[in-house]
Design a protein around this ligand. Sequence first.
Ligand SMILES: Cc1cc2nc3c(=O)[nH]c(=O)nc-3n(C[C@H](O)[C@H](O)[C@H](O)COP(=O)(O)OP(=O)(O)OC[C@H]3O[C@@H](n4cnc5c(N)ncnc54)[C@H](O)[C@@H]3O)c2cc1C
Length: 328
Amino acid sequence: MKKIAIIGAGVAGLTALQALKQQDCSVTVFDKSRGSGGRLSSKKSGASSWDMGAQFMRAHTEEFKAQLKLWETDGWIAHWDVTPWIINGTQRTASPDDIDRYVGMPRMTGLSRKLLESADDFITQTRIVESRFNSDQFNWSLVAEDGSVFGPFDELIINTPPQQVLPLLPAESSLTEQVECIHMLPCWTLLYGFEKPLTCAFDTAFVKSGPISWIARNNSKPGRDARETWVIQANHEWSERKKDAPREQVQKELEEAFAIATGCTITPTDIWLHRWLYSLPSNAPGLGALRDERHNLTLCGDWCHKPSVEGAWLSGRAAANIITGNKP
Ligand SMILES: Cc1cc2nc3c(=O)[nH]c(=O)nc-3n(C[C@H](O)[C@H](O)[C@H](O)COP(=O)(O)OP(=O)(O)OC[C@H]3O[C@@H](n4cnc5c(N)ncnc54)[C@H](O)[C@@H]3O)c2cc1C
């Protein structure tokens, strides 16, 4: 039985896990966080909870469309029946589109929890700081921040953002250059919870001017608490410019833009501001997964393929296929 380690319990890593378990591999998953999901991330603060990272999933490929249907049948995700508005300056238009949007149940990380169930072991709150390839035995051991050593493993999959891959690559890896050239965009995200619903005509909007790119009434998604909660995401250009700005200033500017977009007076009871340093890749190469054959090492993640949950899923599947020799 092949023993495989996956660093990172994001969608890509967990998709690889599922496919590898179907081929009877033994799989251990490591993550530095308490839970799984990575950028699917859900947040709770005070009486409110939100989806803090990915807002919804959609399918561009037939394979992912079929996967979404299966997850929906199993109750891991649900269809989010929503019509986003488009706000551009003073212009506001409802934009009925025929895009099917799906969300994890009862939060985005509900999906990753389910995907994780097949892992032989999930080692949480464990940041891997060193990976050691033993070229005599052709296997890997992993060293955590607290000095614990795990292994040996026959194969290593790394599913972390590229900046966190680099320190884990062997010095002579053929993949270093490809990883180094990926650029990840930041995204400031502001979360608000309110005692009373905002009197706002829409539940979600794409905002085309000012600092914001997306706003959503989180409680309009299926399965969420009824409490009024909103997610406000800044656009990437603004987030890049304000990457190191004081948090109070960032919050103030986003709040002002949110008040203009919704036309509401903003008096939140719960507030959370998060800076995603690595939210999305700007130059994902569409390669599926990356392989260093000399070291039995495979890299996966949205940044290897396409910047979305679907991209991460396709990348995780490609990683498993490389290792098991399956045709996609
Ligand atoms: C604000 C925001 C909004 C988004 N909106 C959408 C959307 O609406 N729709 C959509 O399709 N996509 C969206 N995305 C993108 C989507 O979330 C990602 O494409 C996808 O979740 C990436 O999954 P992944 O498996 O590649 O990596 P990640 O989710 O980044 O997982 C990597 C994991 O590695 C772990 N890790 C990192 N370093 C280490 C280490 N040294 N040791 C152990 N563990 C480590 C991390 O904790 C993390 O769990 C959004 C992303 C953000 C941030």
